[in-house]
Unconditional design. Structure first.
Length: 363
């Protein structure tokens, strides 16, 4: 990662800007930049924004028309000259231009009228490549940030769930997001053993789409699949709940309705859930014995929107033999952890919160 060096004069000017920013200007902003949603927190003001990671773009001019919730409403419904784009895929930026515009829009929404360029702390998947890291940093800088910091999502999630990750005791975090699932054992402010899967919430949706297509001869969209997942989706349990689902019949091409049960979603989700279980088992096998003993006592912490699937905690507990706990606020855990880190950015304290191997870029 590159660093830009400054003279004392430049650094003094930046310190003066920081002091001026205390009167209400946003000096430090945290962004949980997820595949399916973005959460933004401003230091001293908490989490101010939570919106889908979707941008509506004019297909011909490339102009950004809508960002966030307004753009999400267009998914699968856009006319020929509009396209709804998700600029992140599997946890990394896939469209730099659109991602930059989205980050800029969310920064302005969370901190409108702010005159000073903020420090920006962004969450990234564990094990992210340097190329992908650089894309996140560039998006933040181009969107108006003065300096960009990166923090690994499992560390932020643990911190947001109330775990003191600076202590020597080991803790396992399973963060199931929209595009990635991070499984990590953390201790002493760092990640000891981890893996990052591209098996996550989006794959649950796709599995349900394929199941309904093959079993009921009905074609449903991603939004419908997500709604079913949230309403009756499960990976373990009784599955007595049902939901009427509308789509297009593959035989006639006409609209048709079928009724899905929770048990059917369990069947559809089973291969995806098993992939996550196998990843957890793999990380446990690679964890040093002393830390594995700590995890056996503290259990497994579940965060992320995917952890809300019914029976996910029970399935992991059954397959690993360890107690599994759902974070108090699983969807916002990463953002809360990032927010708690913001006061430490200006101090640049090494080893306090392990800011993604403490890589940073200045402009």
């Amino acid at each position: 990662m590159e660093y830009t060096l400054f003279t004392d004069k430049h650094r003094k000017g930046r310190e003066d800007m920081d002091k001026q920013g205390q009167g209400g200007f946003a000096r430090a902003i945290a962004m949980d930049l997820g595949t399916t949603s973005v959460l933004v927190a401003v230091r001293g003001r908490g989490i101010l924004l939570q919106e889908p990671s979707v941008v509506a773009v004019d297909r011909h001019t490339g102009k950004i028309l809508q960002v966030g919730q307004a753009a999400r409403q267009m998914l699968g419904r856009t006319p020929g000259d509009l396209v709804a784009v998700r600029p992140l895929r599997e946890g990394v930026i896939s469209d730099c231009t659109v991602a930059e515009a989205m980050v800029r829009a969310f920064l302005h929404k969370a901190a409108p009228g702010r005159l000073l360029k903020p420090r920006l702390l962004v969450s990234v998947p564990s094990g992210i490549s340097e190329v992908a890291e650089r894309a996140v940093v560039e998006a933040g800088l181009q969107a108006g940030a003065r300096r960009v910091y990166l923090m690994e999502e499992p560390l932020a999630a643990a911190l947001g769930a109330g775990i003191d990750i600076a202590q020597p005791e080991g803790h396992m975090v399973v963060d199931i997001g929209g595009g990635t699932t991070d499984v990590a054992v953390a201790a002493l402010g760092g990640v000891v053993a981890s893996t990052c899967l591209t098996t996550a919430g989006d794959q649950f949706d796709e599995a349900l789409i394929q199941y309904v297509r093959q079993t009921h001869g009905l074609l449903i969209g991603a939004r419908t699949a997500e709604e079913v997942k949230c309403a009756i989706g499960q990976v373990a349990g009784e599955g007595e709940e049902t939901l009427a689902v509308k789509g297009r019949c593959l035989n006639t091409g006409l609209p048709r309705e079928v009724t899905l049960s929770g048990k059917e979603t369990e069947t559809a989700f089973a291969p995806v859930a098993q992939t996550i279980v196998s990843a957890v088992q793999d990380v446990l096998e690679r964890t040093p014995p002393e830390l594995a003993a700590d995890v056996a006592v503290s259990g497994i912490l579940l965060t992320g929107g995917g952890s809300l699937l019914r029976g996910m905690d029970a399935l992991l507990a059954q397959e690993t033999g360890m107690a599994t706990h759902l974070a108090e606020d699983p969807i916002r855990a990463v953002a809360l952890g990032l927010e708690a880190t913001l006061p430490h950015l200006a101090k640049r304290q090494e080893g306090v919160l392990n800011l993604a191997r403490r890589r940073q870029v200045e402009v």
